[in-house]
Write a protein that binds this ligand. Structure first.
Ligand code: APR
Length: 355
């Protein structure tokens, strides 16, 4: 998954580059800046002293020292002053300049805190939007880097208030009483094959240097074999349903029918090139549920078409868990921005999609 939102302590990540939300002196401070300087050790400050400070929106790179990362990229976010002092542009520049510096140093993985969303007072829901929009734009033209947006404290992670209340209302209207707790509180019904959410979990766990670091627990996407036959009119979903096609054949057919290129599709699905080429080259490839959903979102399928594509891989959306209901909410509202969907899933303690 080229872009992951994870929960944890950024100083513990085994990535090539960790980004520090610094101040213009680059001589340390509180917040994540303080955590990073404490974790990296004294030598970091000695190197920072040689950098001559950093302008807001710019970024400078040092070694990682005692942290498990190769590099630390120090960037200075804008102080929030109401949003009419170029704050969004300066914040976007922090992410862009950091990504460019990481590329110059051949980094294949980078972790960002939510820059400016602490001491500098940038509203968290706006800060995450700028982060995701900037990172999304960058990875659409660059293939070779995994980006982690690291949230230190999920409770203080915010998304757009109206979106949050709409989704919450939709969940309450559709989640049967017996499933009222979040799926992590229930005994998740395991899939026959481990869904890629767990791959995602082990993938994320593999970048934490110690196992105590908390990460968003993966969710077994509940696998429901739908028994009722949804009646189809003669369109994409009936074509899918009548085809005796594997998931990967069906996927490639739909990409063609939508006039998309493979690259456009897997990038919009937040799927890595490597993962897509596995799907393309193996007609019997067995995707996890979240991978199928990621492609349904990228292809902007409606609910019936999504159910049909899920059925080719043996899955279905149901009202038995929050994850499925949130996905259904976005599909019926025609909102196909996978990064916004992932922010919402993360906010509701659910696994994110892509892979
Ligand atoms: N890992 C990940 N994220 C963290 C960590 C951590 N160990 N510690 C804090 N954060 C998060 C905060 O929860 C917040 O969401 O980093 C985000 C950025 O908050 P700040 O560290 O306060 O950074 P910022 O708002 O950009 O303010 C920068 O604060 O620490 C000083 O020297 C720094 O003057 C500069 C200013």
């Amino acid at each position: 998954m080229p872009v992951k939102i994870i929960r944890g302590d950024i100083t513990k990540l085994h990535v090539d580059a960790v980004v520090n939300a610094a101040n213009s002196s680059l001589l340390g401070g509180g917040g994540v800046d303080g955590c990073i300087h404490r974790a990296a050790g004294r030598e970091l400050l000695d190197e920072c002293r040689l950098l001559g400070g950093c302008k807001t929106g710019d970024a400078k790179i040092t070694k990682g020292y005692n942290m498990p990362c190769k590099y630390i990229i120090h960037t200075v976010g804008p102080v929030w002053r109401g949003g009419h002092n170029n704050e969004p542009e300066l914040l976007a520049s922090c992410y862009r300049k950091s990504l460019e510096l990481a590329a110059e140093h051949d980094c294949t993985s980078i972790a960002f805190p939510l820059i400016s969303s602490g001491v500098y007072g940038y509203p968290k829901d706006k800060a995450i939007r700028v982060a995701m929009d900037t990172v999304k734009e960058y990875i659409f033209s660059h293939d070779d880097i995994d980006v982690y947006i690291v949230v230190y404290n999920r409770d203080r992670f915010e998304i757009d208030e109206k979106l949050y209340s709409d989704v919450n209302e939709y969940i309450n209207a559709n989640l049967p009483e017996m499933y009222s707790g979040s799926i992590t509180e229930q005994e998740p019904r395991m899939n026959r094959d481990i869904p890629d959410d767990f791959d995602d979990y082990y993938d994320v766990m593999s970048i934490f240097s110690d196992r105590e670091a908390s990460v968003s627990e993966p969710l077994s996407s509940v696998q429901e074999y739908s028994t009722e036959k949804i009646s189809f009119d003669d369109s994409l979903e009936s074509m899918l349903d009548n085809m005796d096609e594997s998931f990967s054949d069906a996927l490639l057919h739909i990409i063609d029918s939508k006039g998309m290129t493979d690259v456009q599709c897997y990038k919009k699905a937040n799927i890595s090139r490597k993962h897509f080429s596995k799907i393309r080259s193996d007609v019997n490839y067995r995707p996890g549920k979240s991978t199928v959903i990621a492609f349904a979102i990228a292809l902007e399928l409606n609910l019936d078409e999504t159910q049909s594509l899920l059925r080719t891989a043996g899955f279905a959306l149901s009202h038995s868990n929050k994850f499925d209901i949130i996905i259904e909410y976005f599909i019926i509202h025609g909102t196909y921005d996978i990064f916004q969907i992932n922010e919402t899933l993360f906010k509701f303690g659910q696994a994110t999609i892509g892979g």
